[in-house]
Ligand binder design. Structure first.
Ligand SMILES: C[S@@+](CC[C@H](N)C(=O)[O-])C[C@H]1O[C@@H](n2cnc3c(N)ncnc32)[C@H](O)[C@@H]1O
Length: 311
């Protein structure tokens, strides 16, 4: 049993306000983590909460934290991309609100053995769901150099992707790259000296990229938004908190495209694209945490909240 699970929920008030929780509503928290948001949702409703996480430790911690809510909730181990099937199995047809608080929890980040952090020595892992067969070790040690470069460039938005991929490829020819520190040293060493002393650690983007690839994070977000649209009641809200620009851009673009509706040329007499407006975007600009929150919880610094309503 996990007893020391710690995660401070980010933008809690903003999320609870935007979800417009009603007395008998049904809500989905697709990223339970330490269940801070889930607990606040359950305190506001006499309805029902479906909590999802792909990490067993998060689920154990959430079970404990939410025990007082008895049968008002069910917690499920799953990928949020699969939320449609999760609800179908529970025989829930429609829901009033869905939250995705993306990324890793503080507990995951601080648990050295999970391999998410470059500041702690640990095996290269980075799987949120530890039953996945494929870890950071496999990507770093077996992907072709050009594929590694693409991952680091596309998912890390790292300008030095070519140099870092080349350094990884040279190093692993001598022996496998086994630990987080090994990878951090290689990534930092591949940078030209003037790039090594930036505001962020020189391995930050490489770690972000490999984590996204291991957990297929961007595809999962797209699938989850599409599933959310299918299960939200008209008027139901979808709140998504993202923590880096790739995620935020993806959420913004998916929301826009679901708001857009018909894309047929004006001179076509009837719609042939069959695209319908599914969402109304309620946050033209993403909401960000207050300065008080970021002072108290530096991990909230990069958070952005976008909210859309099912039409
Ligand atoms: C930032 S934490 C959520 C924290 C939570 N809102 C709280 O108040 O404690 C993100 C959680 O989402 C989970 N997660 C990330 N991607 C997931 C996915 N595709 N499917 C299911 N869970 C996921 C992680 O395992 C992690 O526990």
């Amino acid at each position: 049993m996990v007893t020391d699970f710690y995660h401070e929920p980010v933008m809690l008030k903003e999320v609870i306000d935007r979800l417009c929780i009603n007395k008998n509503g049904v809500y989905v928290d697709g990223t339970l983590g330490g269940a801070g948001h889930a607990q606040a949702i359950l305190k506001k409703t006499e309805g029902f909460l479906v909590g999802i996480d792909c990490d067993d430790e998060a689920l154990q911690a959430a079970e404990k934290k939410l025990a007082e809510f008895g049968s008002s909730k069910v917690l499920v181990k799953s990928n949020f991309a699969d939320l449609g099937n999760v609800l179908e199995k529970l025989n829930i047809k429609k829901v009033d609100g869905i939250l995705l608080d993306l990324g890793v929890s503080s507990h995951q980040l601080d648990s050295a053995e999970r391999g998410f952090s470059f500041s702690q020595q640990a095996p290269l892992d980075m799987r949120m769901d530890r039953s996945l067969k494929f870890s950071a070790y496999d990507i770093v040690n077996s992907f072709a150099q050009k594929d590694l470069e693409k991952i680091i460039r596309d998912f890390g938005e790292e300008k030095m992707a070519g140099r870092i991929a080349r350094a990884i490829s040279q190093k692993r020819r001598l022996s496998p790259i086994k630990t987080t520190m090994d990878l951090a040293v290689i990534a930092a060493g591949a940078m030209p000296p003037k790039f090594r002393h930036q505001k962020i650690h020189p391995a930050t983007r490489t770690f972000q990229a490999i984590r996204i690839a291991v957990n297929n994070e961007l595809d999962n977000i797209k699938l989850a938004i599409s599933a959310a649209v299918d299960v939200l009641k008209p008027g139901g809200r979808l709140c998504i908190i993202s923590f880096h620009s790739l995620e935020d851009r993806l959420v913004k673009n998916e929301f826009r495209s679901l708001e857009g509706g018909c894309t047929c040329p004006r001179d076509v007499p009837i719609c042939i694209c069959r695209r319908e407006t599914k969402l109304k975007v309620l946050t033209r600009k993403a909401l960000i945490p207050s300065s008080m929150e970021t002072e108290n919880n530096p991990r909230a610094r990069s958070a952005k909240l976008r909210v859309a309503q099912r039409v």
